[in-house]
Design a protein around this ligand. Structure first.
Ligand SMILES: Cc1ncc(COP(=O)(O)O)c(C=O)c1O
Length: 375
């Protein structure tokens, strides 16, 4: 684990030496942005460190403004805030499964917080093959769910770096009377023409095709923490009544709210930033491919570099770190055995030269480990 001394950025100062940061979810480079930081400071100057109360009892004008902004971002009726997306996922799943005979259909590559949400929801849970609409439909038919049915998927998968088949999921949800929930943690601010995530990228109607969006403020929005559910008012009223993670939890930290108010605005309207991110993703993918690496994923800022062998992946990540490149290895049990990889995440703030330099170092070390052979 590295110890980052200063602000998060494309090049971060760590205990030891500086690193080219390719392991952060700070996709738009907002985590170290002056205005976002000022938003957080101002919120604390106004409200102290928070209300020290659980969510149902009290709120602040900043929390209310952020709820409205999140709803406007997705085009939903309303939104609720949480301390994290983990809490939001658990809250939405426990709410949708509160009645008898509820069933959840969950993509096999969904984030751990969704898996934990399914466990806590105590609904019958069926795991379908990743991004496989036929398998999903088949499992729904065999399960014959009698009660409320939920289909839940990451919008962008955090380890594979690919996008959920939103159109197919929405069609299957409509055909089977199911609620579609999309976790937009790695999609919000990043994919879709104006950064509105999976629904926009897949041409879905936020109100009629999707029952709820969940997400975090700790990634592209740069706020360091916090989560949300966006959806119709009646569902969110139900969350308020039912979800233990809403009722018994302290809400989102006021500094994160202040930072998120600026971050979400930037993510929504700073087209240049998103264009820079897109350029960097394409550039990194192209230099890595030219260097002989095999890449997974697609048109998202998560660039998985397939290594296969667990030890070699760990070794490459370690060697890269000693040369100033943070390129985390993902090994079993995060990924199946034999598909170990580096997960690289460029940000809007990297320069083309920095990405090229990182790739050069990775390729040099990979050749020593006989991971890539071509020059
Ligand atoms: C898809 C997905 N959902 C949820 C989370 C959890 O977010 P938080 O850290 O806000 O709980 C993550 C975090 O990595 C994630 O990748």
């Amino acid at each position: 684990m590295i110890v980052v001394k200063g602000r998060q950025g494309p090049q971060s100062e760590t205990v030891g030496s500086d690193v080219i940061m390719l392991g952060s979810n700070d996709y738009l480079g907002l985590a170290g942005d002056d205005d976002v930081i000022r938003g957080g400071i101002h919120a604390m100057q106004t409200h102290g460190t928070g209300l020290a109360m659980n969510q149902p009892f009290a709120t602040t004008p900043l929390h209310e403004r952020l709820r409205a902004k999140v709803a406007a971002f997705y085009g939903t009726e309303a939104a609720l805030l949480f301390g994290s997306c983990t809490a939001a996922n658990i809250a939405v799943l426990t709410t949708l499964s509160a009645e008898a005979d509820a069933a959840i259909f969950s993509d096999m590559n969904n984030h751990a917080s969704i898996i934990d949400g399914c466990r806590l929801a105590r609904a019958r849970t069926y795991v379908y093959r990743t991004r496989d609409p036929e398998d999903l439909q088949c499992r729904i038919e065999h399960a014959l769910p009698g009660g409320r049915t939920t289909i839940i998927s990451d919008g962008v998968f955090s380890v594979e770096g690919n996008i959920a088949p939103g159109e197919d999921l929405a069609r299957i949800a409509a055909r089977n009377g199911a609620n579609l929930v999309l976790d937009e943690s790695h999609a919000a601010g990043v994919i879709g023409r104006s950064g509105r995530g999976t629904a926009e990228a897949c041409g879905l109607d936020a109100k009629s095709d999707v029952a709820a969006f969940t997400g975090t403020f700790a990634k592209a929005f740069g706020a360091g923490g916090g989560g949300y559910i966006a959806g119709p008012g009646n569902l969110l009223d139900e969350v308020k009544r039912v979800a233990r993670f809403y009722i018994f939890n302290t809400g989102m930290h006021v500094a994160a709210v202040g930072a998120a108010l600026v971050g979400i605005e930037r993510a929504q309207f700073d087209e240049e930033r998103r264009a820079a991110l897109r350029f960097n993703v394409q550039h990194l993918r192209s230099v890595l491919t030219d260097a002989g690496f095999r890449l997974l994923g697609g048109d998202t800022p998560i660039v998985p570099v397939l290594i296969g062998d667990e030890e070699k992946a760990q070794a490459l990540s370690g060697l890269a770190a000693t040369r100033g490149v943070m390129a985390p290895a993902m090994t079993f049990p995060i990924v199946p055995r034999g598909s170990a990889r580096l997960r690289l995440q460029p940000s809007a703030k990297h320069t083309a030269q920095t990405l090229e330099r990182a790739c050069e170092i990775l390729a040099e070390e990979a050749r020593k480990l006989e991971i890539v052979v071509q020059p």
